[in-house]
Design a protein around this ligand. Structure first.
Ligand code: ADP
Ligand code: MG
Length: 702
């Protein structure tokens, strides 16, 4: 109940002593007060009315106005779950889904996973009683495969639509269609539209109810609602007034050559010279965050102790969720927080207490070249809209300051808004998913913005080369069907399916899991030599994939041995120490283990044979060549590599174990473009294998 305290908390207080009880109620009171003071609270009734009247509604409101946390609760209290339906809220980012769900569960006074829950790839925190369900947009797409009417949902809120991720765009098109089908279905048949849920391969009805029309709400932080409104046939748009204090924008006089260094200097400048208030720094990824985290710690030791009260908090998607939530806790008395975040903090999550923003003006995005068919991650300049969102984060609770680490003239030259991801990514995953949903004509699909024709053709070609599509552009059976069921990129799915035939699925599961996380190794700047020596003990002359496998196997062996000696909990603790000693990122390793368990369950359910090749890793390398054949490159006389598919020249990334040995022919997992082209996660192969294992793509000339 959003208007009062008369809904009793459903857990907790009865187990507490009287002191704890008063703490608990004080906290609840504070939460209620915070909720009431959010800008969106004043329009609760109006929003509910509009949702009742309109099947599709666009809600636009500034970041922090309370859209994501409050609207689902208003809908719940407004009776939108009365028919047994669930309110689903999609987020482009895992972190947002998790942290917001935790917050909302707390606001509702319920245990997470009960009335309020979340579901993201590799992690499901929902139950049969979940009515407010936060999830990633990709996850809802996968649910549509099993339940084409999305019949368990009475309302779907597509949040952060301004981000225009490829999954959001596909989802919008799909939801439009589901809405149409659902309203037809209610007219023609009115009973037995049972909801089905797939669990351990059993499809079972878990709820039978009449299907009502699907309510769709599109939420966005950008003020331009027109595009969304037009796409949904002139849907009504409601604006929620935000609250914004003035933010002083400061630019550098000259362009910065070393962004990390500039950010570091600015952090200390603020910390030592400016008044109280927390700092938010926007960085492009986990690696940058971890390296600056190290630098700040190092430099902190060098200043007088009285000035050392700086709390450093990283925030990126693969961080364990307890750590993510730490950014929301106020700093202890006298301390200042500095939050090192990826783009997550731009609009997805609002962190209280921020007064200073440091914006290097960069963001990591996916980029796809239809010519080569290769997707890469590149760091590019933000758009003006993004720069404004970032600076806005400093003025939520009072006047703030934003330090843009570039000259003012550069700002003027930025693009107005970000190009939707669908215009610049590999579409093979989207095509695979849509094909599985029965949409064969991708070009004809009702996208808000059509993808590039050439990109569609190249992505279709890739799927065809991988054997996922037939000549008639239909999903092949079983390969295409199996690939669509795995929650992975098509290449990775193919690698698993093939590995089952090559009898090395056990190993490939590990490799794919390890590749799904960013940076397994870390090398602190002050211990570079030492870390190199230690890391060498895992390295394989055949390349990075097997090196990753070695790390995983060694960690498991350590863990198992420790478990029998010390018990599970102690063993996990010891493993963290082991990681530290071996310069392995224990967060990333833990994440990889979770992913491994999930995908293993998936392939088991699909009935793939999980064999192991033991210590002879030749089959694994051959299988890698057979799956990632488009990412093959040949060594040039000057030591650089030429990508066979498109003639692009690249170097082996400095972190690769093949950096010095320079194999003749390699396959790589990613192509990263910074000032140079780098290939990362590289394995040595024999080029003859390409013609043998990927004859659809390669042939020998002589
Ligand atoms: P919007 O979606 O409009 O950007 P949100 O609903 O995300 O706004 O945020 C509303 C308020 O809730 C903000 O003041 C934010 O700081 C707070 N909030 C969100 N998540 C948490 C959390 N996990 N812990 C504490 N406060 C939170
Ligand atoms: Mg939000």
């Amino acid at each position: 109940n959003s208007n009062g305290n008369n809904n009793l908390p459903q857990f907790g207080p009865k187990l507490l002593n009287s002191d704890q009880k008063s703490d608990f109620f004080a906290r609840r009171q504070k939460i209620e007060q915070q909720r009431r003071s959010l800008p969106i609270a004043s329009v609760e009734k109006r929003l509910i009315d509009e949702v009742r009247k309109n099947d599709t509604l666009i809600i636009v409101g500034e970041t922090g106005s309370g859209k994501t946390t409050q609207l689902p609760q208003y809908l719940y209290n407004g009776g939108f779950c009365h028919d047994g339906g669930t309110i689903g809220i999609t987020q482009p980012r895992r972190v947002a889904a998790v942290t917001v769900a935790k917050r909302v569960a707390e606001e509702c006074g319920v245990e997470l996973g009960q009335k309020v829950g979340y579901s993201i790839r590799f992690e499901d925190m929902t139950s049969i009683s979940t009515r407010i369900k936060y999830m990633t947009d990709g996850l809802l797409l996968r649910e549509a495969l099993l339940d084409p009417y999305l019949s368990r949902y009475s309302v779907i809120v597509v949040d952060e639509a301004h981000e225009r991720t490829v999954q959001t765009d596909v989802l919008l098109g799909l939801l439009k269609d589901v809405q149409k089908k659902r309203s037809q279905k209610t007219c023609s048949e009115s009973n037995n539209n049972g909801v089905v849920k797939e669990e351990n391969n059993v499809v079972k009805p878990h709820l039978v109810r009449k299907l009502n029309p699907l309510k769709l709400i599109v939420m966005s932080a950008s003020l331009d609602a027109k595009g969304f409104s037009e796409y949904f046939g002139g849907a009504k748009a409601v604006h929620v007034q935000g609250r914004q204090f003035p933010v002083d924008i400061l630019y550098t006089a000259q362009p910065e050559t070393d962004c990390l260094d500039a950010a570091l200097v600015t952090i200390f400048q603020i910390h030592l010279e400016e008044g109280p208030g927390d700092i938010l720094v926007f960085l492009s990824g986990q690696e940058e965050i971890e390296s600056i985290e190290g630098l700040v710690r190092e430099n902190l030791k060098k200043i007088p102790e009285s000035n050392q009260k700086l709390l450093i908090l990283p925030l990126f998607s693969s961080l364990p969720s307890e750590k993510q939530l730490k950014v929301f806790t106020p700093a202890p008395n006298g301390f200042r927080k500095v939050i090192l975040a990826t783009n997550i903090a731009e609009t997805s999550v609002t962190i209280p207490g921020i007064k200073y923003v440091i914006d290097p003006g960069l963001v990591k995005v996916r980029s796809y070249s239809p010519d080569s068919g290769i997707e890469s991650l590149i760091v590019v300049k933000t758009s003006k809209a993004q720069a404004l969102q970032r600076s806005g984060r400093a003025g939520r609770e009072g006047p703030g300051k934003c330090f843009r680490l570039y000259p003012e003239s550069r700002f003027e030259g930025l693009e107005d808004s970000t190009i939707p991801e669908i215009k610049r990514c590999n579409l093979s995953n989207v095509i695979l998913q849509l094909s599985a949903l029965g949409v064969d004509d991708i070009i004809g699909f009702d996208f808000m913005e059509k993808p590039d024709r050439m990109a569609v053709i190249r992505s279709l070609e890739l799927l065809y080369l991988l054997g996922a599509l037939t000549d008639e552009k239909k999903l092949s059976d079983p390969i295409g069907q199996q690939m669509a069921r795995l929650p992975l990129e098509p290449n990775d799915s193919k690698a698993l399916i093939l590995a089952s035939q090559f009898d090395c699925l056990e190993e490939m599961l590990i490799v794919v899991s390890m590749l799904s996380v960013e940076s397994i190794f870390y090398a602190p700047r002050d211990k570079l030599e030492e870390s190199r020596t230690v890391i060498k003990s895992f390295s394989s002359p055949d390349g990075d994939h097997i090196t990753l496998l070695n790390v995983y196997r060694a960690s498991l062996e350590f863990l198992e041995k420790n478990k029998t000696e010390n018990g599970k909990e102690k063993a996990e603790k010891n493993l963290r120490k082991w990681c530290k000693d071996n310069f392995i990122n224990s967060r990333s390793l833990k994440h990889a283990r979770d992913i491994y368990n999930q995908i293993r369950e998936n392939v088991e359910r699909m009935g793939l044979k999980i064999g192991s090749c033991g210590d002879d890793l030749l089959p694994l390398r051959r299988c890698l060549a057979a799956s990632y054949f488009l990412n093959a490159a040949l060594k040039q006389p000057d030591g650089t590599y030429r990508v066979l598919a498109n003639g692009q020249i690249a170097e082996i990334h400095p972190t690769s174990v093949l950096r010095r040995t320079k194999a003749e022919c390699i396959i790589f997992y990613n192509l990263v473009q910074t000032t140079r082209n780098y290939v990362r996660n590289v394995t040595r192969i024999d080029y003859l294998w390409l013609a043998e294992l990927a004859p659809q793509c390669y042939a020998l000339k002589d």
